[in-house]
Design a binder for this molecule. Sequence first.
Ligand code: NAP
Length: 372
Amino acid sequence: MHCPHILVTVLSSCAQVGESSRVTFLGNTRLGQDVSLSALLANYHAVLCTYGAAEDRLLGIPGESLAGVVSARDLVSLYNGAPDSNLSLAASSLDTDTVAIVGMGNVALDVARLILAPVNVLRKTDVSDTWLEMRAKSRVKRVVVIGRRGPLNVSFTIKELREMIKLPAVQSVINPSDFEGVQGQLKSLERPRKRLTDLLLKTMGSDQGSQDEAWELKLWRSPVSVLGEERVTGLELRDTRDSDVTERLECGLVVRSVGYSSVRADPQLPWDDTKRVISNEDGRARGCPGLYTAGWLGTGPRGVIIDTMNTAFRVAASLVSDLGGQQLTERPGLEGLGEAVRAGATSWADWQRLDTEELRRGVAKDKARDKI
Ligand code: NAP
């Protein structure tokens, strides 16, 4: 589920670009498979790769391959109605009373919220029908978000925490024993971290009554193994403050939410195998003139949308300045890519038809958009 305001802004900027007579949109075209990097570089003065991070990081613990261990990415794809969604997960994932989410970033909170948000609220958004059906049948009562460090190192941000706390009829459970000594450190924190920690402390101390459903923040715990024979029955956790202390959390679904990573779509891309990004300096690919990168493919999977946009604006400025400093000789552009590439592509007009149809179906169902 996207933030409606940002989605509208992104879609309207996207439409402005797509409708420009100087832009040709070729969708459904995979770098490294339908078109090679060398073909693009031979036909254009500049190539900018911004295809993001399509894989998720693993925990590397025993039991991780059991049924019932899923990546946050898989669930995000399901609720966003992505074409590559793993629909086999839809049947059983929420058929349990407890879900454990490992990692405490914004993706973890987004997934927790989408599991617990009331179905009648979700129905008004662009969440997929598959997710709405999953939620309608869901037996989940408790979602536990697990972080290996303490309160001052949570990676989620205040806006996402607020949305979690505001969920109607869902209790927020924050354990005082995880917050020892934090009150005394508040004054020395930078403002955003202080506000976030204040909100956690305030929520911890608030009387929310007892509710049927809850989300719990479990800090200072690292997963040691996933328990179960064929399917997950629980998670063994170790206290990161005292490695002799372990505990078992019974749960029927474990969601891995420990970050994303990018893939090297074309063997010619200069690649940083440690960071799993295109090797680059401020967006200029190393050792490959004319090649640029922006977004998570260049920076790694961090930052909220505004950070990604700001980096992208800087890369665009570098690209324009580099081109301005060169004597440009004619390049064939689209014509040089060959008929096969053009014939298999989705055009901008195709995209507009999809957009119009999704909005039309959305009106019929009284929701923002009904994704195809
Ligand atoms: P993230 O913010 O990097 O959080 C990853 C979490 O996983 C951290 O808590 C990290 O803990 C933990 N972790 C990593 N390896 C682990 C391991 N082996 N065992 C246990 N825990 C582990 O990543 P994300 O949540 O995937 O989000 C990616 C980016 O997208 C972030 O910048 C996020 O803010 C952004 N995002 C924004 C929005 C939004 O604006 N609404 C929504 C979704 C995502 P440590 O800190 O201890 O490493």
